[in-house]
Design a binder for this molecule. Structure first.
Ligand SMILES: NC(=O)c1ccc[n+]([C@@H]2O[C@H](COP(=O)([O-])OP(=O)(O)OC[C@H]3O[C@@H](n4cnc5c(N)ncnc54)[C@H](OP(=O)(O)O)[C@@H]3O)[C@@H](O)[C@H]2O)c1
Length: 261
């Protein structure tokens, strides 16, 4: 297959690009830095820049000789109380994970439609099912893109493009160190610090990015791919179903007690 993996310079995207290339696929890895793992052709592509994105994608598809699959893993993380978050951080979160990802998918669709059985694999987050405290913007961006993918299936199935949402729980990647955290004001400082410290620990003890790559490879290998796959420690996976059976307030109490707030 001819595959574009975004976010291929680090973490989940890098693991996916490396694994897919090793399996014999033709892989371009895109990111702002353009660096990519061994066996993968790196391209510079900033998904926050819609104009550069269209021409960048054209070059990538030219290099690949077509596009069978887009694996969408470019993303950033912003944390902190919304009230404390500078607009620059708000923009970075929504323009990358929501607006940028949407523009990329939109621009990639004509190429994916051109192929027999084009594939869109979007790397989302379990935070879509279980929104996390002091990461409201991150959760909102992922929830928006998840809704986009769900609605797109009505448009894309008739034209032969299949959409899979892969939802990781905590994963050990550069995201933890790269996260932009708003400086907490007095109102939220205590709770925000507790939550974000616990969140960092969850990610440091998270699953390796290679587990997501393994799943993405399997998804691309299936004639009829699954629509949604969660990849996480069992207790994180259980949080979605638990939320559906517990009253909302009780569920929030469970989440609060996990973070000590
Ligand atoms: N790690 C986790 O625990 C976890 C859990 C659930 C979901 N996820 C999601 O998985 C996705 C990948 O995260 P990760 O953990 O692999 O993080 P990561 O290690 O920080 O990698 C993020 C990748 O996105 C690229 N990127 C960021 N902004 C970009 C832009 N404007 N244009 C193009 N590329 C851009 C980065 O490369 P450059 O800096 O070179 O541009 C990097 O390659 C994110 O959407 C994240 O929310 C992660």
């Amino acid at each position: 297959m001819k595959i574009l993996v975004t976010g291929a310079s680090s973490g989940i995207g890098a693991a996916c690009a490396f694994r897919l290339a090793k399996a014999g696929h033709r892989v371009v890895g895109a990111s702002r830095s353009g660096s990519a793992p061994e066996g993968v052709v790196g391209h510079v592509l900033d998904i926050r820049d819609p104009q550069a994105l269209e021409s960048g994608l054209r070059n990538i598809v030219g290099d690949l000789g077509g596009l069978d699959a887009l694996v969408n893993s470019a993303g950033v993380a912003v944390a902190g109380a919304l009230e404390d978050t500078p607009l620059e951080f708000v923009r970075a979160q929504l323009e990358t994970n929501l607006f940028g990802a949407t523009c990329l998918i939109r621009a990639a669709l004509p190429y994916l439609r051109d192929q027999e059985g084009g594939r869109l694999v979007h790397v989302a987050s379990l935070a879509v099912d279980v929104p996390l405290p002091f990461q409201a913007l991150y959760c909102a961006a992922h929830a928006g893109l998840n809704a986009l993918c769900e609605a797109l299936r009505y448009e894309l199935e008739p034209v032969g493009v299949r959409v899979t949402v892969v939802s990781p729980g905590s994963v050990r990647t550069g995201l933890t160190a790269n996260r932009r955290t708003a400086r907490a004001g007095v109102v939220y400082a205590g709770a925000a610090e507790k939550v974000l410290t616990a969140n960092d620990l969850d990610e440091e003890g998270g699953i390796p990015a290679e587990r997501i790559a393994e799943v993405v490879e399997k998804v691309l290998g299936r004639r009829v791919p699954p629509e949604r796959v969660a990849v996480a420690h069992w207790h994180e996976k259980a949080s979605g179903p638990l939320r559906r059976v517990l009253p909302e307030r009780l569920f929030r109490r469970v989440i609060r007690s996990h973070y000590g707030i």
